[in-house]
Every structure is written in C-alpha cells, then in structure tokens.
Unconditional design. Structure first.
Length: 303
C-alpha cells in the first residue's frame, strides 16, 4: 500500500494526509500545499469551479447511473426507515444516487451466535478474544492486510484489522473464491446486510477497490463515491480481469465495530439454513429477517 493514498479535492494530487476545512461553506479535503493557500481568495473560486464541474458531470451521468442502479439484485431492495440516523442532505443524495442502501459482510453460519451477542468485530479483536470464531478468509491475503493502516472519519488512524470490512457489492470475487475452493458449502455462508446510513454515523473510510491492493485509494468524504467505478461494482463482468476484480472488491472499513441493530437482514442459501438461524434468533429474542436468496451464491460463467 503506497503512502500516497489520499486525493486532494482541488489539485487531485495524491498525498499521505489530508486537511479537512470549510471553504465557501463547503467541506473540502486539501493536500498540504493547497492547505497553505486556504485563505487565498483564488482558493474559494477554485472550490466553486470544482463544484460546478462536478455538478455538470453529475447531470451528464445521471441517466447512465440510474440505468446501472436498476440492475437485478439487492440494489432494488426497498429502502429501510433511516430516519433515526439523522444524516445530512449530502449523505442522502449520494446514498440515493448509487442506491447504496446496504453494505455486505459474509461469514460462516457457525459465527452467527457470537455475532448476535457481540456484533461484527474486527479481526484484531477476534484474535485477542477467547472464542471459536470460524474464519473462511484467505490467510495469505489477511497477512498482507495486517500491515496496512488507514485514516478514518474523525481524523483517526487505525490498522486495517482494527476495522470491520463491509463490501459495497454483494457478489464479490472474494466470495466467489471462497465458494469455489470447496472448503465450505453454500449453506455454510450467511450474508449480513448492514444499513449504509448507520455506517455513515460511525468512524469509517471507503476504498475504490480491494484494501490490500497497492493500486487502491481510500476516501472519507461521501462525495468521493463518484470516484468509484460503479459500472464494475454493479456488474458480474469481471472474470479474468485483475483490475476489475480489484474494483469489484471495493469496501467500507468501519471502526470499532458494527452493532446488531445496524443489520437490515440476513441472507442464506436454503430453507434448512433459514430455520437454523431463525431458531437461534428466537432463542436470543432478536427480531431480524432471514431470507433465502440463491442469487447471492450463483454467478454467470466467469471465464
């Protein structure tokens, strides 16, 4: 992971750290060089010009973005009642623009009892605890992720393994690899859909691809969702293309955990798995929908 993993909103220069300031009543992320010029009247003009260009691009892409968002799958799920999260207009605008109502985490079904008690915890917390958590992750990839740090919302810096990873897409190359290694069955996998609005109330960042890749950039400002390749994220056409595979694995990283109350629903592969999870939920007096949806476990031919 290169240190230059942030992008300045003004000059588009990659840099190690950003300064978040208000210019013309707008929140702007600046590199060190632009930060020194923040009080220059020319800087205010540049902010307004950048916003104008962005708005023009948004108008041109509005129809194509709508068409991409209307693809089959979880992006067409009805929106939940997000009123309790009380987010601002900008967050709502971008959530609606990309229909990013849910984020996705998959796990072994044997972990669900622990998750219902503790929530989704980051890898470092799981490793430190005395539990029987079943990992289905690729340990070689996890070793690479162990040495990566990110700056999060709230100006805090944390290790990647101190954060809970949530995928932006539902059927990722990572999941494809897990299911096709043969170590676990479809019925062993439970998908957890997390309300995106609840995540935006926490300390987080998001990436434009797999967080372990040296080519991946990270962002904290919601308007930088524009920099993600949504044509890849909402497509199954990525087989055999390493760059598309990287982009398809774009993720949110959430610190320090994701609560059960942030969950929208659970997805399983068959009725037996649903009944097993429903029984567990009743035993813990937790009301949470469990749905059988085979689409989460099936792909078109990749190669």
């Amino acid at each position: 992971m290169p240190s230059e993993n942030f992008v300045c909103d003004i000059c588009d220069k990659r840099c190690e750290n950003l300064f978040i300031v208000n210019i013309q009543s707008r929140s702007v992320s600046l590199c060190g060089e632009c930060f020194k010029k923040r009080d220059d009247p020319a800087m205010a003009a540049m902010v307004l010009e950048k916003e104008r260009i962005k708005n023009e691009a948004y108008k041109k892409q509005k129809q194509s973005s709508r068409n991409v968002s209307q693809s089959f799958g979880p992006y067409n799920y009805p929106r939940s009642n997000y009123g309790r999260f009380s987010l601002g207009g900008l967050e709502r605008e971008y959530i609606n623009k990309y229909k990013l109502y849910y984020l996705f985490h998959f796990t072994h079904k044997n972990n669900i009892g622990f998750i219902l008690e503790k929530g989704l915890l980051p890898k470092n917390q799981l490793a430190a605890g005395n539990n029987q958590y079943v990992s289905i992750a690729d340990e070689e990839v996890q070793a690479k992720r162990a040495n990566i740090e990110f700056n999060l919302m709230g100006r805090i810096r944390r290790a990647l393994h101190d954060c809970v990873p949530l995928y932006i897409s539902w059927r990722t190359p990572t999941l494809y690899r897990v299911l096709h290694k043969g170590d676990v069955k479809e019925s062993d996998i439970v998908h957890i859909l997390v309300n995106a609005y609840s995540v935006l109330k926490k300390n987080y960042c998001f990436t434009d691809g797999n967080a372990a890749s040296i080519y991946t950039s990270q962002y904290v400002l919601i308007q930088n969702l524009d920099k993600l390749d949504w044509s890849v994220i909402k497509s199954d056409d990525w087989g055999g293309d390493n760059e598309k595979i990287r982009k398809k694995n774009a993720e949110f990283l959430v610190y320090p955990k994701v609560e059960v109350r942030d969950f929208y629903k659970l997805i399983v592969a068959d009725q037996d798995a649903k009944e097993e999870i429903d029984t567990l939920l009743r035993s813990k007096n937790i009301k949470l929908e469990v749905e059988v949806d085979k689409r989460y476990y099936e792909w078109p031919k990749m190669y």
